[in-house]
Design a protein around this ligand. Structure first.
Ligand code: HEC
Ligand code: HEC
Ligand code: HEC
Ligand code: HEC
Ligand code: HEC
Length: 184
């Protein structure tokens, strides 16, 4: 019986079946990764494009990107510094959760989207110091409302860029591709 199955698998039709089974498994795995990195519902549909179009810098709201590992998200106080002076704030349904946060003192519960697992050491500072721009990794925020990852932030993504940036520089290549650079 088993031998007959193997014989059949070696036939052209069998090979096609194996191919289909493999593709199905692969797309299931790819979908799993994609699905876990889909943007979740946010407490406020914060329009990045509107704010970026006003000329507000990324670093004004995410100042940690230059200084250390994580950029951080703006506090209610930072939003309020502008919004208490904007007439629309009191009537906008979109801004009702911000007004509520000011009233109660409970911070807005943003849901993280750009994230790598805890066993990965990622730090913004060396990347910004190396001259990379936010959009190289986060996409074009002038077109986004709430943030969505433009690509899956997995190990292949990190390594592809590290290979590209260190090509022709063996010392840098050793550093950027060493497992211990990102896992320790
Ligand atoms: C530097 C000033 C500034 C800061 C800081 C700021 N905003 Fe705004 N925001 C604006 C302006 C200006 C508008 C456009 C208002 C209009 O359309 O009349 C706006 C619009 C919005 C809107 C759309 C409102 C609507 O009904 O269309 C939302 C939602 C919003 N902001 C949320 C926030 C949140 C949340 C924060 C903090 C994370 C924040 N803003 C920080 C200036 C700012
Ligand atoms: C080389 C790629 C890269 C560049 C360039 C980059 N980021 Fe990130 N960013 C990441 C990764 C990876 C994460 C997830 C980090 C984690 O889970 O600790 C992240 C997370 C974030 C977060 C989530 C909140 C937080 O504190 O972790 C914000 C906000 C952010 N980045 C903003 C920025 C801004 C603003 C810039 C430009 C000044 C920037 N990033 C440049 C890769 C990058
Ligand atoms: C007025 C404040 C403001 C400005 C300016 C701003 N952001 Fe944000 N950003 C936010 C808020 C609020 C969130 C949380 C809601 C969301 O995920 O969209 C956020 C979320 C993010 C995230 C995902 C954070 C996470 O927790 O995973 C990234 C990445 C990011 N911003 C990058 C940028 C970049 C790059 C720029 C400049 C092009 C920028 N932002 C400009 C307020 C701002
Ligand atoms: C778009 C390109 C790009 C991407 C994507 C990227 N990196 Fe980098 N990374 C760089 C560059 C450039 C440097 C700085 C190299 C130098 O020192 O000149 C760097 C440096 C680092 C360093 C510091 C190495 C040291 O010891 O100085 C770490 C750690 C690091 N990256 C981790 C990551 C991780 C983890 C990811 C994925 C989540 C990632 N990087 C994604 C380009 C990238
Ligand atoms: C430039 C940064 C970087 C380097 C260098 C790196 N990794 Fe990773 N690694 C990551 C990131 C980001 C993840 C988490 C995302 C994922 O699962 O792909 C990860 C995940 C992993 C995982 C878990 C996989 C899983 O499916 O959960 C293992 C195991 C691993 N790495 C081993 C290694 C080994 C071994 C090396 C050296 C040959 C290495 N890594 C080098 C960034 C890096």
């Amino acid at each position: 019986m088993i031998k007959r199955i193997f014989d059949w698998l070696r036939q052209p039709l069998g090979l096609v079946a194996v191919g289909i089974a493999f593709l199905a498994l692969f797309s299931l795995a790819a979908y799993g990764i994609y699905y876990t990195q889909q943007p979740p519902a946010q407490p406020i549909q914060f329009p990045h494009k509107t704010h970026v179009a006003f000329g507000i810098q990324c670093l004004y709201c995410h100042p940690g990107a230059e200084r250390g590992p994580s950029p951080g998200l703006p506090s209610t106080a930072k939003c309020w510094a502008c919004h208490q002076q904007i007439a629309k704030t009191q009537t906008s349904l979109l801004l009702a959760p911000l007004v509520e946060s000011v009233r109660t003192g409970v911070p807005v519960q943003w849901v993280p989207v750009a994230q790598v697992p805890d066993f990965v050491q990622y730090n913004h500072r060396p990347h910004i110091a190396a001259g990379l721009n936010c959009e190289d990794c986060h996409g074009d925020l002038t077109k986004m409302t709430i943030y969505e990852n433009p690509q899956v932030m997995n190990m292949g993504w990190c390594l592809n860029c590290h290979k590209e940036k260190s090509a022709g520089n063996p010392e840098l290549e050793t550093k950027l591709l060493d497992c211990g650079t990102c896992h320790y």
